[in-house]
Design a protein around this ligand. Structure first.
Ligand code: ADP
Length: 212
């Protein structure tokens, strides 16, 4: 959030002297209370200042950066996840490419018959297969995918911030959203329930930039 020069001055007076009444702030700035009212309302609504009746204004301790950080960390994967685009491991590299075009996505999740995550196939995996010079109809994605347990995943109750961090650290474009399932043999499976990608992060970034 961009503060005007006057709002910056108010912040600095309140930081140094708070709690302080609007009359006292107005006096220091040689302005009337009425002139200050809209600025005080903005600073209070933005959460930068707190106001208590008969006490006055005081600094909330929250900087604009901290408020943005709080907002980012409130967005949960469950609220923003997209539908996953999945294929079986015997899907050919050729059909995987067709799927990417049709679904307009750069990462496919490879699942078993009961929708459990087996792997991930990205554009680069398919380009690599194409460079080999073999017939792409005869290469199953199971051969070129990144396989479990090496797939980085996220769960619905995690934050988009945490997902973005995982994508940045592992240098990948998308994560399958999974639900853990206890299998009959006691092992753990991961049911694919969604997809989150760098596009979701870009969208949030744009929203934050608009100050929504
Ligand atoms: P692109 O191929 O378009 O550059 P990525 O950067 O996402 O896309 O993929 C790079 C590599 O990382 C590929 O080998 C891919 O299989 C792998 N990969 C993609 N997503 C994941 C993930 N969620 N977990 C682990 N590996 C992944």
């Amino acid at each position: 959030m961009d503060l005007t020069k006057r709002q910056e001055e108010i912040m600095s007076i309140v930081k140094d002297n708070g709690p302080i009444t609007s009359e006292q702030i107005a006096e220091r700035l040689s302005l009337t209370r009425a002139t200050l009212r809209p600025d005080l309302a903005i600073l209070t609504m933005a959460g930068l200042l707190d106001a208590r009746p008969r006490v006055g204004y005081f600094f909330s301790g929250k900087t604009p950066n901290r408020l943005v950080a709080q907002k980012i960390k409130r967005v949960l994967i469950g609220e923003i996840k997209s539908l996953p685009v999945v294929v079986k491991d015997d899907c050919s590299a050729h059909n995987a490419i067709v799927n990417m075009f049709l679904e307009d996505c750069g990462t496919l999740f490879v699942v078993s018959d009961n929708n459990l995550l087996q792997g991930v196939v990205s554009r680069k995996d398919l380009l690599k297969a194409a460079l080999g010079g073999k017939d792409l109809n005869s290469i199953p994605v199971g051969v070129v995918m990144t396989r479990m347990p090496n797939v980085v995943t996220v769960e619905s109750d995690e934050t988009l911030w945490k997902a973005a961090k995982k994508m940045a650290v592992h240098e990948i474009d998308a994560l399958p959203v999974v639900r853990r399932i206890r299998m009959d043999d006691g092992s753990e499976g991961f049911e694919v329930v969604g997809r989150v990608s760098k596009s979701n992060v870009t969208r949030l970034f744009v929203e934050l930039g608009e100050g929504l």
